[in-house]
Design a protein around this ligand. Sequence first.
Ligand code: HEC
Ligand code: HEC
Length: 227
Amino acid sequence: MKATRLLSALTVLIASALNAQAADLLSQQCVSCHAISKPADTSLERMLGRGGPDLYYAGNKFNKAWLQAWLQNPTVLRPGGVMYAKTVKAGADRTVDTIDASKVPAHPKLSAADAAVAADLLMALKVDGLVTPGAFKNEPPNSMAPMLFSKLRGCTSCHTAKQGGSATSGPELYSAGDRLQPDFVYAFTKDPQKFDAHTWMPTLGLTDSDLQKITGHIATLKTSEKK
Ligand code: HEC
Ligand code: HEC
């Protein structure tokens, strides 16, 4: 009884907020590459075979303004593509990896109207228990933070933190302050396997103090203010 009433209330809410066509946008144009609900199959094969990153917790991860802008004008986030192993060519001297850019396809571009609809729909995709709201305490900037990030905890061996940088195995983080919610950065850095058991990002066992400093530093990495 209660559940049916809740369901019909939700249906009315959704129907009034979005017209039917808009609600279909993700399922028509995006699900071929992205999971927009938690996949039942959590195997390594599923992760290796997927066409793009999972979006079923997009509302816990992204800043809406970034989503809306990026969907209209997508930039490369993962220089090695969504599955690094498929695009990397070992460097001639075996120390530098190069990426076969022809294997990193351009992302579909949305019109301004579709991007606004998609950003709303994506922000509504949330999962309980992945990201703890308020985990990032937003303490004053700490002078050790950049050093922890780039040297001591080695994030920049996989993540490029400056435009034009060379780390290719992880997503770029130079726009992370625009793109990502700090509570997500905290949660993901603390325990990447919580998001995907097969993720290639190592669990680094950082203390809460280090996580706070590193998250605070990543929140300052933006491209939007430098234009
Ligand atoms: C042909 C496959 C394909 C289709 C179709 C597609 N995407 Fe993507 N998407 C990708 C890939 C690959 C990436 C990773 C790009 C990168 O990291 O540079 C991506 C990245 C994203 C990201 C950033 C995700 C992250 O974790 O960084 C968002 C948001 C996104 N796509 C939304 C959409 C939406 C909305 C649609 C439908 C309108 C869509 N995509 C359609 C392949 C696709
Ligand atoms: C050995 C390489 C490696 C190291 C070292 C590493 N990462 Fe990652 N990181 C990755 C990969 C690969 C991903 C993409 C994971 C996925 O999609 O499952 C990732 C994803 C992330 C994400 C999510 C970004 C997004 O847009 O989806 C954050 C935040 C992050 N890493 C932060 C860090 C921080 C902070 C450090 C240092 C404390 C660090 N990483 C160290 C490889 C690494």
